[in-house]
Design a protein around this ligand. Structure first.
Ligand SMILES: *[C@@H]1O[C@H](CO)[C@@H](O)[C@H](O)[C@H]1NC(C)=O
Ligand SMILES: *[C@@H]1O[C@H](CO)[C@@H](O)[C@H](O)[C@H]1NC(C)=O
Ligand SMILES: *[C@@H]1O[C@H](CO)[C@@H](O)[C@H](O)[C@H]1NC(C)=O
Length: 292
């Protein structure tokens, strides 16, 4: 009846590969990490970091990897790799061989306090440029909790969806019925609370008819997580036909309805045009017959 799904997007790898091809020609040594990542509270998250080194830039020693958590004032940034005391046992390097270009790590059991910015940094020594440090572009980690999607306790004709997330204006919550977006009867847009590390998004919609309801959380247009609720009317065949017909099309809003264009009645135009033609023709024939 009710299940939760965690959706992971891996379109990022393609973008990275593309970036390699473009950026590789310009810069000799670059470090790449995704700008934004999301993680489910209590789950593990992989934070990618890739080193790109052009062929002619021979490394003298193996690069030294640092992963940092960037604090608000950017001082005393704790180190994730190699793990400082704070991250002991919670961080793992995915590719353990030091001469790999894949410097991704896994942060385990993500907590609200893990929301924030992360920097991947490498200390490199090459023949040409000697020793230097190269930074990635920072990854911003957003955390979200399990989505609740069920009938409200006080009214079982109202469907309610709620989720806690790291404060970010890019988050959007929406409810769909058989593919149509529903207008919430009541909605809390996730205003920042006073001391909590998260904000709560919640939407309530009235049940329209039987079928599949889906609550979706998006961040900057990308689906982060969703939950599905199947509704079967307790009274069999109650409003059955209306429900079936209703589910085929999304109801239009007032503004949409205003611009609905009716099909042109071409047949009527033709018929109207035929009337004078027929009259003219019969007049002409009558005239001809009269002359003869
Ligand atoms: C880096 O290594 C991890 C673990 O093997 C893998 O899941 C990930 O896809 C790798 N990243 C790239 C860009 O190859
Ligand atoms: C890093 O960010 C800067 C400024 O936002 C941008 O100009 C640069 O291209 C980025 N570099 C990478 C490797 O994404
Ligand atoms: C439940 O909500 C519906 C839709 O908003 C409303 O019409 C109905 O009166 C409510 N019922 C109760 C018991 O509050």
């Amino acid at each position: 009846m009710h299940r939760s799904l965690v959706v992971t997007k891996w379109g990022w790898t393609q973008r990275i590969l593309f970036y390699f091809m473009v950026a590789g020609t310009r810069s000799l040594v670059t470090v790449h990490q995704p700008p934004v990542l999301t993680a489910a509270l209590g789950h593990d998250v992989m934070m990618p970091c890739l080193l790109n080194l052009s062929h002619d830039e021979g490394m003298v020693t193996l690069p030294v990897l640092y992963w940092m958590y960037l604090t608000q004032d950017n001082t005393d940034n704790p180190r994730l790799w190699s793990p400082s005391e704070k991250y002991e046992g919670r961080v793992e390097l995915l590719d353990k061989s030091r001469n790999t270009s894949n410097k991704s790590i896994v942060l385990k059991n993500v907590q609200w306090a893990d929301s924030g910015k992360y920097l991947c940094k490498l200390s490199i020594t090459t023949q040409k440029a000697k020793s230097f440090r190269k930074k990635g572009n920072e990854t911003s980690l957003k955390v979200y909790d399990t989505m609740i999607f069920n009938l409200t306790a006080h009214n079982d004709s109202l469907l309610w969806c709620e989720v806690n997330v790291t404060p970010d204006p890019g988050f959007v919550l929406s409810i769909f019925h058989d593919g149509c977006k529903l207008q919430p009867a009541d909605s809390a847009p996730g205003d920042a609370g006073a001391v909590l590390p998260y904000v709560t998004f919640s939407d309530t919609v009235p049940l329209r008819s039987e079928g599949e309801y889906e609550c979706q959380l998006h961040l900057n247009g990308e689906l982060i997580t969703k939950s599905i609720f199947h509704y079967h009317s307790p009274v069999a065949d109650f409003d059955g036909d209306a429900a079936k017909n209703g589910s085929l099309t999304c109801p239009t809003t007032a503004s949409e309805a205003a611009v609905v264009v009716f099909p042109e009645p071409w047949l009527l135009y033709m018929a109207l045009l035929l009337v004078p033609i027929v009259i003219l023709l019969s007049l002409a024939t009558a005239l001809l017959m009269y002359r003869c």
